[in-house]
Ligand binder design. Sequence first.
Ligand SMILES: NC(=O)c1ccc[n+]([C@@H]2O[C@H](COP(=O)([O-])OP(=O)(O)OC[C@H]3O[C@@H](n4cnc5c(N)ncnc54)[C@H](O)[C@@H]3O)[C@@H](O)[C@H]2O)c1
Length: 420
Amino acid sequence: MTVGRTVVIGQGYVGLPVAMRAVHAGYDVLGFEVDAAKAVALNDGRSHVEDITAEALREALDTGRYRASADVADLAGFDVAVISVPTPMGEGVPDLSYIESAAATLAPHVRSGSTVILESTTYPGTTEELVAPILEAGSGLSAGADFHLGYSPERIDPGNPNWRLENTPKVVSGMDAASLAAVQGFFDRLVERTVPVSGTREAELTKLLENTFRHVNIALVNELAMFARDLGIDVWDAIDAASTKPFGYMRFTPGPGVGGHCLPIDPSYLSWQVERSLGQTFRFVELANDVNEHMPDYVVRRVQAMLNDQRKAVNGSTVLVYGLAYKANTSDARETPSRPIIEQLQDLGARVLLVDPHVADAQVPDGVEQRTGTAADLSDADIAVYLVDHDDNDTATIVGAGVPVLDCRHALHGPDVQHL
Ligand SMILES: NC(=O)c1ccc[n+]([C@@H]2O[C@H](COP(=O)([O-])OP(=O)(O)OC[C@H]3O[C@@H](n4cnc5c(N)ncnc54)[C@H](O)[C@@H]3O)[C@@H](O)[C@H]2O)c1
């Protein structure tokens, strides 16, 4: 017996885990996905999201309560719909076209008593000012009075084995008390703890606050790392020491820049709204963007300097790059800082070799030769640049190869290794 029928719109990094969890909670789940090939693969038991193993997907399919589909007719008759579609930036402006299209597709299937939950990251006001009117126009019903509407941000951290959807507290909201109760009731079945907030705008802002906080603090340590090096101070030693403080400090570490779907984009949703609504500049966000966006330039300058120490130019050198994914143990290469680093090195005339078994071949930039990271690959290189600390990187071989290494993750140690 099922506890209700759920549709999850968008079967990506966010939507697929939600769908799996809803199956686990006893719902009959339709994973609606515009990419028909993805829907076919999911129904065949092939998962494109690392956090959902083929076994977990197979288990869900075997219950007979999960199916993916690209057919809008399959949306009919849902109790709860979750919208988890992309929210990119287009030309410096939030691109909400995916949300608009998902809401318009869903609208004719909204019935009296249904619940619709937006889960995509977006600026405050989207749920009530953008999604509600689209759902109302397409259904002929009134949000709040006839159907429930709310927002619940996703906190999923791809590749994190400790904090998963079910044990990470989930912020929930509704446009009115009945909507909040419906949204909370749904997620109470899926996760261990829900955190109700006063309204949808507060829930939308919560997600942007979390990511802006992270973005700003990463920019802080990135800038500090550059200054500390020029001052001859080991910033990593200072970070390790500061991290022993049990209160009032949170550890963030320098890196080659920020990537993924969230950090390079979400804070700009907030600064765009502040600018548009208040005519003011969100200075912290602008500053953090400036620092983090220039980290790839800094990495390339450090490579130049290390090659210079060997009386070599970037032009004509072979650079072995570790990592194209935006972070460790994921195949996600969206907005990855590795890409501008590789492109700048190529523009300067370097031959670039890449080790990253996680990302799909189609993601690899033109002209880059893929390698597996053997001792022979290292002996081909004038320098190695360690950008992503995947668990399956052969770090002993890197450190023992006698090749200069720029380690941007503080994961390697040895006489040939320099840190960011
Ligand atoms: N990836 C993360 O770690 C993460 C974490 C928290 C929040 N978010 C947010 O969640 C949202 C989704 O991100 P994601 O990483 O899952 O993206 P994704 O690209 O992995 O998945 C989105 C899926 O939606 C599909 N899609 C697009 N339009 C559709 C439509 N109209 N109908 C049906 N399917 C449609 C796409 O084909 C894609 O498969 C974004 O707003 C993102 O910012 C992502």
